[in-house]
Ligand binder design. Structure first.
Ligand SMILES: *Cc1c(COP(=O)(O)O)cnc(C)c1O
Length: 424
């Protein structure tokens, strides 16, 4: 009995009680286990450029786009949603790899044009577009994804005023939800899009001066369930097909959205893309017969770039307070709001945190990782497991930080310098 006890204890520890781990990083490591970014040790990069620093690995972005392309039959188009990460160097990398950009402001329109996509390869969504933004979109020949009957009328008036035809698609608020999404943007009452049941009536009164471009559906973001994303794509296509019978002209495009998530927190797994591939294959096969002149578009942001980026921050201080170990860093919530849990999280959970000089060292000590701000909100991780020899001067890397990083953070808060951003 006593002989057996330790073995049983070990067995219990090995499985279910063990704290769930984060999905393993996809980055390369050097011979000492050090994190490599674009082939350079992250610690060297941090010294050369300075911290805090966002670094996005170009090779990993290319690999992820290649993976997504393999899921899509020939002719299905892939758009990148700029709001995930608008860094110009990243847009230049992505421009030739994708078929278009989704933009959500005149600022993003300019970034897209600068990176080399134009005209109908740009889809402009967003619930509140200013008149000057609509005018610029018309001038650029972008597809305006119209989100309300009022916006449709405003677009028609601006088009008439400027003496140019505008390309308008209707963004539909579907009569279904993308379940278990981190952010739901369709189904029920929404600020986004026109309720599906109102769409036939809007189509019946289509304003002259607007060219009908098609439909756009975006049901939600950050979903890790491949079956659910596949199901939403099937339902989105069926809804577009049904509404097309009321359209004033043959649709040029059905934009079916995306919603593929990445694993941010312990216990989350990478999304299984096999059900998505098979759903798109069957959608595309039926689509070719019924709508030979209508392009199919999928759009995604974080799935293309989120896992390829890290946030590098240097430890300024290590201290102990009433039994808890703290690391105080030079980067914080003002540069990485999402890691602090204040960007749409309901229950605060930790992003993965790695010791950049050695990803293989045993993570045996729990640290609370804080930024430099004078506010208790500035916590980058509450219970980061790291090796116990972390010291001031060490560089920490926060993973899954390639999307919704710098551009989604309140950089002016407390007047610290902005984080650097680099494609490597
Ligand atoms: C935010 C957004 C996206 C990108 O979402 P990800 O979760 O980053 O893929 C795509 N389309 C629309 C309309 C969006 O608002």
């Amino acid at each position: 009995m006593t002989d057996r006890a330790p073995a049983r204890l070990a067995a219990t520890r090995a499985d279910p009680d063990a704290a769930p781990a984060h999905a393993p990083p996809l980055f390369a490591k050097d011979a000492h286990g050090g994190l490599l970014l674009g082939g350079e040790p992250a610690t060297a990069l941090a010294s050369r450029i300075g911290t805090p620093l966002y670094a996005v690995d170009a090779r990993m972005v290319r690999e992820r786009v290649t993976h997504v392309r393999k899921l899509l039959p020939d002719g299905v188009r892939l758009h990148y949603a700029i709001k995930a990460n608008p860094m110009p160097d990243l847009l230049h990398l992505l421009a030739p790899l994708v078929d278009g950009f989704d933009i959500a402001s005149a600022g993003e329109l300019q970034l897209a044009l600068d990176a080399g996509h134009r005209g109908a390869d740009l889809g402009f969504a967003g619930p509140g577009k200013r008149d000057d933004e609509l005018r610029e979109a018309i001038g650029a020949g972008a597809v305006v994804n119209v989100e309300s009957p009022g916006e449709l009328a405003r677009l028609a008036a601006i088009a008439q005023d400027s003496g140019r035809r505008a390309l308008a698609a209707l963004r539909i608020n579907p009569d279904f939800e993308l379940r278990q999404s981190g952010m739901r943007m369709g189904g029920g009452a929404q600020v986004f899009g026109i309720d599906a049941e109102q769409v036939p009536e809007v189509l019946a009164a289509w304003p002259s001066g607007l060219d009908f471009a098609g439909f756009h559906i975006y049901a939600g973001s950050q979903n890790l369930n491949g079956d659910q994303v596949a199901d939403a794509l099937r339902r989105s296509h069926a809804l577009c097909a049904r509404l097309a019978s009321s359209a004033p002209a043959a649709p040029q495009v059905f934009n079916l959205g995306g919603g593929l998530g990445i694993p941010y927190f312990a216990g989350e797994q990478r999304i299984d893309t096999a059900p998505i591939a098979s759903a798109i294959a069957s959608i595309a096969a039926a689509h070719r017969h019924a709508f030979p002149d209508t392009a199919l578009v999928l759009e995604m942001g974080r799935y293309l770039v989120g896992e390829a980026g890290v946030f590098l921050t240097r430890v300024l201080d290590r201290k102990r307070s009433r039994g808890r170990e703290f690391l105080v860093c030079d980067g914080g919530m003002h540069q990485h709001l999402a890691a602090s849990g204040n960007f749409g999280q309901v229950i605060r959970r930790d992003y993965p945190v790695w010791l950049a000089r050695d990803l293989r060292a045993e993570p045996n000590t729990a640290f609370t990782v804080c930024g430099p701000l004078c506010t208790p909100l500035d916590v980058l991780a509450r219970e980061a497991l790291l090796p116990d020899d972390v010291q001031p001067g060490d560089v920490l890397a926060i993973g899954q930080s390639g999307a919704y990083g710098a551009s989604a953070s309140p950089a002016a808060f407390l007047s610290h310098p902005a984080a650097g951003q680099l494609l490597v």
